[in-house]
Design a protein around this ligand. Structure first.
Ligand SMILES: C[S@@+](CC[C@H](N)C(=O)[O-])C[C@H]1O[C@@H](n2cnc3c(N)ncnc32)[C@H](O)[C@@H]1O
Length: 136
């Protein structure tokens, strides 16, 4: 799975964990970077959708950002949430919050929610009892 994140301290349920920080890029740019990242079997792209009539759809590339080391788990202890700041509804930020009380040193993981990719699969190594065995 590569690098992951653990906290040395207990994280109480509902607490803010961190933000998914990176470069906001267009769908087209994400498409081309996605092919490269898929070949490397290491993606740091996340879709982000705004609200309302002028909603924007973009991607965050966290390659040089923060929050990118959270791995996927089929039994997650963290969830992602769109966060609207400064009354800016067209394009939110993405933040992670604790789904349960997370004891110290337990890996922080969320459900990537990947959809099937035609002709491609990636094994899931989360190790959870209910693991679906594939990320996509
Ligand atoms: C956003 S990065 C997570 C951090 C990554 N482990 C690293 O070292 O940079 C996403 C990538 O981590 C790996 N990964 C995350 N969760 C995984 C899992 N449950 N099983 C297998 N690979 C996983 C995959 O290569 C995926 O494309």
């Amino acid at each position: 799975k590569g690098w992951g994140i653990r906290s040395p301290e207990l994280i109480p349920r509902g607490s803010f964990v961190c933000e998914y920080v990176g470069e906001y890029i267009s769908d087209d740019e994400a498409e081309s970077r996605g092919i490269r990242y898929d070949n490397q079997k290491m993606s740091r792209l996340m879709d982000v959708y705004g609200n309302g009539r002028d909603a924007v759809h973009m991607c965050i590339d966290a390659r040089h950002g923060r929050g990118r080391f959270l791995n996927h788990s089929c039994e997650p202890n963290v969830f992602k949430q769109r966060v609207f700041c400064d009354h800016h509804v067209r394009l939110p930020r993405i933040a992670f919050f604790a789904l349960v009380d997370i004891p110290p040193r337990v890996e922080l993981c969320y459900d990537y929610g990947y959809v099937d990719v035609p002709g491609k699969t990636m094994p899931c190594l989360c190790g959870a009892k209910s693991c679906k065995k594939l990320l996509y």
